[in-house]
Design a protein around this ligand. Structure first.
Ligand SMILES: N[C@@H](CCC(=O)N[C@@H](CS)C(=O)NCC(=O)O)C(=O)O
Length: 250
């Protein structure tokens, strides 16, 4: 999809002889994100992990820039210098990993499908459980507790993987400190991160050591702090409406 926007521009050094004006082009992709959105966090983590240079525009959910609104109704969205738009977080991740020149991420073709399957569980069932757990004031205490319990059950699956290898998928031929995080780790982590931050003490006492180490590994790398973001600043009627449809603070 091609959309025309007013781009942030950079002066291009390659000017042809005889050209009256220097050509002005935007050289870097722009990521429009909302820091409280796990889909945005996974996209920025992927770009950072493979060291792709980009301009990061952090948006206000309720007051989005015209430039962002012109190209997408959801976060995250990546706008390329040729005005191509990518507005699915997993597409952004996959594009980043296909351009992973240093091989920082475990992303073998043969594992993409099983990784996508695991990610799909977190994008659907776990996400719903997380919403209920995060917003007892909107869903009621009982549903919120059920959300927490179901979320923890999901996390037991991660435990199983983490008991076999450092990250969620085996990194063939690599062991111990040589193992690299996979596409699935980066895609799933932002949801677990939010889950853990609802009640840090509870998570610390209830989650397994492996899961806590895994969570700590990515938390310490992650600089965008989304703790409690969105919570408490969204009026309850809006929150109810959001929870029935799509959430800005999933
Ligand atoms: N499938 C999309 C989902 C992204 C999504 O739902 N983002 C939420 C924020 S976390 C959003 O922008 N919602 C728009 C809205 O509710 O207005 C992706 O993975 O990129």
């Amino acid at each position: 999809m091609f959309v025309l926007v007013t781009p942030i521009v950079k002066q291009c050094n390659q000017v042809s002889i005889g050209q009256a004006q220097p050509r002005v082009v935007r050289q870097l992709p722009i990521l429009y994100s909302y820091p409280g959105c796990p889909f945005s966090v996974r996209a920025s983590m992927a770009l950072n992990a493979v060291k792709i240079e980009y301009i990061h525009e952090k948006e206000d959910f309720f007051n989005r820039s015209l430039a962002m609104k012109a190209i997408s109704s959801t976060f995250p969205v990546l706008l390329f210098p040729d005005d191509t738009v990518m507005n699915e977080s997993l597409d952004i991740m996959k594009w980043a990993f296909e351009n992973d020149r240093q091989g920082n991420i475990n992303y073998p073709q043969s594992m993409i499908e099983p990784m996508d399957n695991l990610i799909a569980k977190y994008d659907t069932k776990f996400k719903l459980a997380l919403k209920a757990y995060k917003y007892p004031e909107a869903v009621g205490k009982k549903a919120s507790k059920q959300g927490r319990e179901y979320g923890m059950e999901c996390l037991a699956d991660l435990d199983k993987s983490l008991s076999k290898h450092k990250f969620l998928f085996p990194d063939n031929g690599r062991h111990g400190s040589d193992e690299r995080p996979s596409y699935a780790d980066l895609a799933i982590f932002p949801f677990v991160w939010q889950f853990a931050h609802v009640d840090e003490e509870w998570f610390e006492s209830g989650a397994s050591l492996k899961l806590r180490e895994w969570h700590q590994y990515f938390s310490s790398k992650q600089t965008e702090r989304t703790k409690n973001q969105g919570k408490g600043i969204i009026p309850l009627p809006i929150l109810r409406q959001i929870l029935c449809h799509k959430s800005p603070i999933d």
